[in-house]
Write a protein that binds this ligand. Sequence first.
Ligand SMILES: Nc1ncnc2c1ncn2[C@@H]1O[C@H](COP(=O)(O)OP(=O)(O)O)[C@@H](O)[C@H]1O
Ligand SMILES: [Mg+2]
Length: 321
Amino acid sequence: MRIAFVGKGGSGKTTLAALFTNYLVKKGNPVLAIDADINMHMGELLGFNEQIPFKKQLSSPEATKFIKQYLKGKNNRIKELSQFRKTTPPTRDSNFIRISENDPIINNFSLRKQNLAFMVVGTYDLDGIGASCYHNNLAILENLLSHILDKDCYVVVDMVAGTDAFANTLHFQFDLLVLVIEPTRKGLEVFRQYYELAKSAGIDTQILVIGNKIRSQEDKTFLLENIPNKLILDFFSDSNYLRKYEQKGDKFDLESLEESNLIVLDSLFSFFSKIKPDREMRLKKLYEIHKKYVAQDSIKERFGDLSDQIDESFEYSQVDK
Ligand SMILES: Nc1ncnc2c1ncn2[C@@H]1O[C@H](COP(=O)(O)OP(=O)(O)O)[C@@H](O)[C@H]1O
Ligand SMILES: [Mg+2]
């Protein structure tokens, strides 16, 4: 199962994604956490002291090449690596990623402890700064997500701030998208923007709101009066523990979090557990988007006809019973 945390910068995406990852790790199933936010600090909250070196960050040229080569496997519908686009779907001849240390991609590109593997998409390179380039970095994440077999494990993505989270194939690659919203006018504005995007992409049923940094009943009322109530899962309070953690930089410990906030994680988990993932439906959506993508003249000119990359007879269940 897969979940992404989205919202505006500073709203608490990384914090909630990391807390929920820690929570899932305790449950004992394999968890893959991916930091796709621009200022990367999810690892620290997950208890990793070391940084992932540039070459091991997913969007670095070395890593991207290795990963695409591996995922391609014996998939002859990809003639050369440059034709492996963000919408290129898997076939039964592709290699897939399984969340285990025996998996070459997990093994090469993640930090690990217990049942947790942690990857980062990676920073802007210098050329990317200022240009609207981060979604190019996100392309490799799209490939990973379409090739991960996650039946008995969890994937948690701390998503980039802003609407890049809805670009390309990213919005439908998850079973649940959690919008982290602060009780401010700016928070509402972000909510509306994202919700409109989600509706037009037909994924509004996969969206859930958690109010964050809640200080009072008034904060709750403010969100309840402005956001469809069925979308609001719960409210995460402004946390003294998190504040102290930010001040002192001690090791992060889930047990020390306020009871009321732990209960929010419980309710998120129980909501998440009830979802029935539909990966074959995701695959169909991927096909649709791929068809649109490859129909563009600019793509045809650069890469040739990529429409035969789709194997309509393939289903994930053929490679993952
Ligand atoms: N519920 C909360 N209580 C107290 N501080 C919080 C809470 N949620 C987030 N923060 C703090 O707000 C800041 C931004 O959070 P972060 O998770 O990095 O946001 P984002 O990833 O959305 O940019 C951090 O200093 C974090 O510790
Ligand atoms: Mg962040």
